[in-house]
Design a protein around this ligand. Structure first.
Ligand SMILES: NC(=O)CCC(=O)C(=O)O
Length: 265
C-alpha cells in the first residue's frame, strides 16, 4: 500500500515566498500523518499572474531545492504540482517530481495550454511524455487541462502507467466536468487517479478544490471539499492487475484499426 496526501491549498497571487512557507508546513503535516507520496496543485507558488510571470521564474529554483531537502530528509516522494520554469524558448507550466532520495526525476511541461485562462499568450507547451516511476511502480503526471485529452492520457496507460496524477487550478463552475472526466480517465484506463486542485480565488476565478483519489474500477475513495485541507488515501499496487484481469481492455484494444482509420464519405 502507498499512502498518498493531496494538499488542497489556497494560493496568494504572485507571492512565491508566502506560498512556499505555508506549503512547507503542510508537507510536514502530511509527513506526520505517514504519507509517503505528497501531491501539490498547479502553479501553487505564483497562481495565474501570467502577465508578469517572468518576474517570478527566478524564485522557483530555490523553492524546488527546499522541497528536495524535505523529500530527502523524510524519504517521501513529492509530486510538487507545477511551477513556471524559464526555458530557452520561453516559460513552461512544469510538473516537477522529486523522489524519496531528493532527486528531481521528472519535469513534465504541460502539453495542452488552456486558452480560456490565456496560457497560450504567455506560456510554451511541452512535447515530452509524463511517465515516471515511484518505487518501481510506473505512473504518469499531467497538468490540469491535459485531463480533457483522453488519447494523450491513454497513450501513457498503454505504455505502462498504473496511476495517473493530475495537478490543477480548476475553476468551480466546471466541477461537474472535473469529476466526470477524472472518473472516466480511471475507468477507461483501469488506473488509479490522484488529482489535486487548489481552492480560493484569484482576480478572475474561484477554484473548486474537490481533490480526489479514484480506484481503477472508478470508485471514489476520498474526495476534498471546497476548503483548504489535506486529503489522504491509499493505493493498492495489486488492484490495477485485478481490474485489468476482470475486463482485459488492454488485450482487446485494436490499435491497428484505430491507426488505419479512413473516412470514406
Ligand atoms: N488550469 C487549467 O488548465 C484549467 C482547465 C480548466 O479549467 C478546464 O475546464 O479544462
Amino acid at each position: 500500500m502507498i499512502k498518498i496526501a493531496c494538499i488542497q491549498s489556497d494560493v496568494v497571487l504572485g507571492d512565491s515566498i508566502t506560498n512556499s512557507m505555508k506549503m512547507k508546513g503542510k508537507i510536514i503535516e502530511a509527513i506526520n500523518q505517514h504519507a509517503t507520496v505528497i501531491v501539490l496543485p498547479e502553479l501553487w507558488t505564483t497562481g495565474y499572474c501570467l502577465e508578469e510571470i517572468t518576474k517570478h521564474t527566478g524564485q522557483q529554483e530555490s523553492i524546488i531545492s527546499e522541497l528536495q531537502t524535505i523529500a530527502r530528509s523524510h524519504q517521501v516522494t513529492i509530486i510538487s504540482g507545477s511551477f513556471p520554469i524559464e526555458r530557452e524558448h520561453g516559460v513552461t507550466n512544469t510538473l516537477i517530481v522529486i523522489n524519496n532520495e531528493g532527486d528531481v526525476v521528472k519535469e513534465y511541461d504541460k502539453v495542452h495550454l488552456f486558452q480560456l485562462m490565456n496560457e497560450h499568450h504567455y506560456l510554451q507547451s511541452g512535447t515530452d511524455n509524463g511517465l515516471f516511476t515511484i518505487d518501481g511502480l510506473e505512473v504518469a503526471g499531467f497538468v490540469c487541462y491535459d485531463l480533457r485529452f483522453p488519447e494523450w492520457i491513454q497513450t501513457h496507460a498503454v505504455n505502462g502507467a498504473k496511476v495517473l496524477f493530475f495537478v490543477a487550478e480548476w475553476p468551480i463552475q466546471r466541477m461537474e466536468h472535473w469529476e466526470t472526466l477524472l472518473k472516466a480517465r480511471a475507468i477507461e484506463n483501469q488506473c488509479y487517479v490522484v488529482a489535486c486542485n487548489r481552492v480560493g480565488k484569484d482576480l478572475a476565478n474561484t477554484f473548486g478544490g474537490g481533490s480526489v483519489l479514484i480506484d481503477p474500477w472508478g470508485e471514489v475513495l476520498v474526495k476534498g471539499s471546497t476548503e483548504e485541507e489535506i486529503i489522504y488515501g491509499e493505493i493498492d499496487r495489486g488492484k490495477v492487475e485485478e481490474i485489468r484481469n476482470t475486463i482485459p481492455i488492454f488485450e482487446d484494444r485494436k490499435d491497428g484499426i484505430y491507426k488505419s482509420f479512413k473516412k470514406n464519405v
